[in-house]
Unconditional design. Structure first.
Length: 288
């Protein structure tokens, strides 16, 4: 069993059925009468919830988001090639996402730009280069894989720079490492002592993530529900600060709405190191 990527992907798969439903009131009402874990995405759910984005209409139980798929691709490639570079990463994801590639799910904006850039080079077309300023949680894909393979944060950040040069990702890698290294002190204390490592731009939001117990007020004032790390990382820190176990944290994560399944990857990875996730999660996504 994989120590980091399996719980990350298990948490991702467990919440794919409600991923990108931003209507948090609808989610809370639904949770009163049914479990929202391990659902297959339903068009009727996404029509009832507003706003919501029905991006994975062909998904099956146990499937993961596009970022989950990227973790699997990158892990297998890096396991086979110890000298793996950012250029290798570029070619790897392009081969999956390009027209004629084997990926059939939703493609996010950073991947679309990447495909256009790579195709323009192949076809000798003049296309304006895209800025390496993506702010999605995809920047944590190399971090999770490098944790699994025992590789450095420097290596993870080298790969993250395929899409973003934002140094905040590297700082967050160190922050999450601190939490993992000090989890024996208790998750809340480990989170509190990690906050000095946060990027300056994020310090206030992360401090409030730790201090505030009113989740809705915290979300509206200091974070958000979408994919950008300025929204999602404060939410992850908030959940780690106020929920001691994964079962409670994942339910709270669902009730917030938005980038549910991609936030869940970080939650699953971290909580598993505190107390192993239950087999009901892990058995859904076996990783070789």
């Amino acid at each position: 069993m994989k120590k980091y990527i399996q719980p990350a992907l298990a948490a991702n798969a467990a919440t794919l059925g409600v991923h990108w439903i931003y209507d948090h009131q609808w989610l809370k009402e639904q949770a009163k009468t049914q479990s929202l874990l391990f659902k297959v995405q339903s068009k009727s759910d996404y029509e009832q919830a507003n706003p919501s984005y029905f991006a994975y209409p062909n998904s099956h139980l146990g499937d993961v988001t596009v970022q989950g798929e990227m973790i699997l691709w990158l892990y297998q490639a890096m396991k086979q090639n110890p000298s793996f570079t950012v250029n290798d990463y570029s070619q790897l994801v392009f081969n999956h996402f390009k027209p004629g590639g084997d990926y059939r799910g939703y493609v996010e904006s950073y991947a679309k730009k990447h495909v256009v850039s790579m195709l323009s080079k192949e076809l000798n077309l003049t296309v304006q280069p895209y800025s390496l300023n993506d702010d999605h949680l995809v920047g944590f894909v190399p971090y999770i894989v490098c944790k699994e393979l025992g590789l450095s944060n420097e290596k993870a950040f080298e790969l993250t720079q395929l899409y973003s040069n934002d140094r905040a990702y590297y700082d967050f890698f160190k922050l999450f490492d601190h939490i993992l290294d000090n989890r024996h002190l208790g998750l809340k204390q480990a989170v509190e002592s990690s906050l000095t490592l946060s990027p300056a731009l994020y310090q206030e939001a992360l401090e409030q993530a730790f201090l505030m117990t009113d989740t809705e007020r915290f979300i509206e004032t200091y974070a958000g529900r979408a994919c950008a790390i300025r929204m999602s990382i404060p939410v992850v820190i908030h959940l780690l600060s106020h929920y001691e176990n994964f079962d409670e944290a994942i339910q709270a994560n669902i009730s917030i709405g938005g980038a549910i399944a991609d936030r869940a990857m970080l939650l699953g990875m971290i909580y598993h190191q505190v107390e192993p996730l239950k087999a009901i999660y892990l058995d859904k996504v076996p990783v070789k």
